[in-house]
Design a protein around this ligand. Structure first.
Ligand code: 3PG
Length: 209
């Protein structure tokens, strides 16, 4: 599963964190992200549309890689798996969720914000984590500090990543990709302004080259 996460993060480079505000948004939203250059998506279970959105994307956009985010427990993991999610992201680590994901065919990128979280995951074999909330729990300085005691661990920092700090995060040797929602402005989505989602996505992707 470490290899699966490595390959999906290498392909993604930026993982857009999507909270679907209206069911009708999902396809235009995903198409705008894809047109801007992002084809690996994380659909969160923060809104009631999350599972439906995952099902819709898997059926209608099989060329995209669709993960599920904000998975908090074993039940949400099972629901996301049944909906067709291809990978799983959580904001933090619990022994219950880490264990459940070991029994699932899906790879889990667990959230971690402290050395203790990393030790909990490490003890169960996890080596790839979402640093969350990245800016709040120390940002680049935290990543550099974790590199010492955890040399085999790599991160997807998420939470406060923006165009202004994206390149600095990506330059860290223990960063494999970053996540964020800055290209998905809630007002733009409510207006159906998919061109702005596409433009912000394209601008973010251009920062990586
Ligand atoms: C998440 O929970 O992963 C965040 O909502 C993404 O963080 P951001 O909104 O600060 O980009």
């Amino acid at each position: 599963k470490i290899a699966a996460l490595d390959s999906l993060c290498a392909q993604a480079r930026i993982l857009p964190v999507i909270t679907v505000r209206q069911a009708a948004h999902i396809l235009p939203l995903a198409d705008a992200l894809a047109a801007g250059g992002l084809r690996t998506l994380e659909v969160t279970l923060r809104s009631s549309h999350g599972l439906t959105a995952i099902r819709t994307l898997r059926r209608e956009r099989p060329q995209l890689c669709v993960g599920v985010g904000t998975v908090l427990d074993r039940t949400m993991l099972a629901e996301a798996e049944a909906a067709g999610a291809q990978f799983v992201v959580s904001p933090g680590c619990t022994a219950e969720l880490l264990q459940a994901a070991l029994e699932s065919p899906l790879p889990l990128l667990p959230g971690a914000g402290s050395a203790s979280d990393l030790m909990l995951g490490h003890g169960l074999g996890y080596r790839r984590f979402k640093l969350f909330p990245a800016e709040v729990c120390g940002g680049v300085a935290a990543l550099q500090a974790f590199a010492g005691p955890f040399p085999g661990i790599r991160f997807c920092p998420t939470g406060g990543v923006r165009p202004g700090n994206l390149r600095e995060y990506m330059a860290q040797p223990n960063v494999m990709c970053v996540g964020g929602s800055w290209m998905l402005d809630a007002e733009a989505m409510d207006r159906g302004d998919w061109a702005s989602v596409e433009r912000l996505t394209r601008e973010a992707v251009a920062l990586l080259d």
